[in-house]
Design a protein around this ligand. Sequence first.
Ligand code: NAD
Length: 368
Amino acid sequence: MANPSILILAGDGIGPEVMAEVKKIIGWFGTRRGITFDVTEDLVGGCAYDKHGTPLHDDTMAKAQEVDAVLLGAVGGPQYDNLDFSVKPERGLLRLRKEMDLYSNLRPAQCFDALADFSSLKKEVVAGLDIVIVRELTSGVYFGEPRGIFTEGNERVGINTQRYTESEIARVARSAFELARRRNNKVCSMEKANVMESGILWRQVVQEIHDKEYPDVQLSHMYADAGAMQLCRWPKQFDVIVTDNLFGDLLSDAAAMLTGSLGMLPSASLGAPMANGRPKALYEPVHGSAPDIAGQGKANPIACILSFAMALRYSFDLGDEAARVEAAVETVLANGLRTADLMGPDGGTPVSTSQMGDAVVAALDASI
Ligand code: NAD
């Protein structure tokens, strides 16, 4: 059988720095676990614009459609701020998401014990937290028509339209139920069915998909504003939360920050299953290209490493190996190793990007 394939798009700023640490781990799997990935690398974002005049070359797009998983670092930088909108670095990432039709965005909020003091919430509220928000990513109010700023009488009116079809809701609901089955079998769906028709339909369709296809999963519904409150009050009551594009945008950012640094947050964007049964998938850290620290060895590579762990779990059915990587991260943090963004109340041993990556590899070595 062919090796699983990965396209690495390290991108700009700290992207290549954090991706270098992931490459060490990919190499470790080949030499120590006999799991070899076929890795190709290409350009995205500002570096692609510099070479090709476009933030994503058509050949790169075609490669992304063929591999089992895309791993992306970050795109953007101040030197590209004045480019025309159509060739800005972010357009490369948006094109990938759109053409791969990545409708299901998984944003875990996981609190490693060693970092529980980093949260703005009390330690007992966040310690051991492990939830995932599934955000619908390709429809809803960010895409619905009509949209625009129009003139009505003698004033302007800004219009966006919240629009969801049944099939758009159904497919992201399935994605959340599938995920819950691999975890603690619990889904909470959030909308505003009390004031929005799209919310009423959302609730109906999620319930129907549940009853027909996933009756074994525990399903609850919550209004999104109450959900936001509950996330801050007692987030550990949740396992998987599924919600639309707009609410998911807000709730996933809020949930992510429960756990501390931006340098710790991975994400996955999944689409429909390919011929081999694996979903189309792009994995990336939540953070950007951090131009303020790029090239200084200060970036925390853990978000990117944990994104690779998500790829192991969701694209390659290697859940045990994903857990091994996560445990290795837990170990280095428990041992007090800290990149600059993690230096907090407990002090710790300052390490560079590459020292952090080496420590994770050493912890992986110790795990076998
Ligand atoms: P950012 O995430 O790049 O940085 C915000 C702050 O967090 C900075 O102080 C940065 O130093 C710090 N930070 C981020 N990641 C870190 C890490 N791994 N380790 C340690 N510290 C880290 O967001 P920004 O400053 O708003 O944007 C910078 C550039 O990145 C912009 O061009 C923006 O458009 C782009 N961006 C890209 C993505 C993406 O590629 N998905 C996401 C957000 C922003």
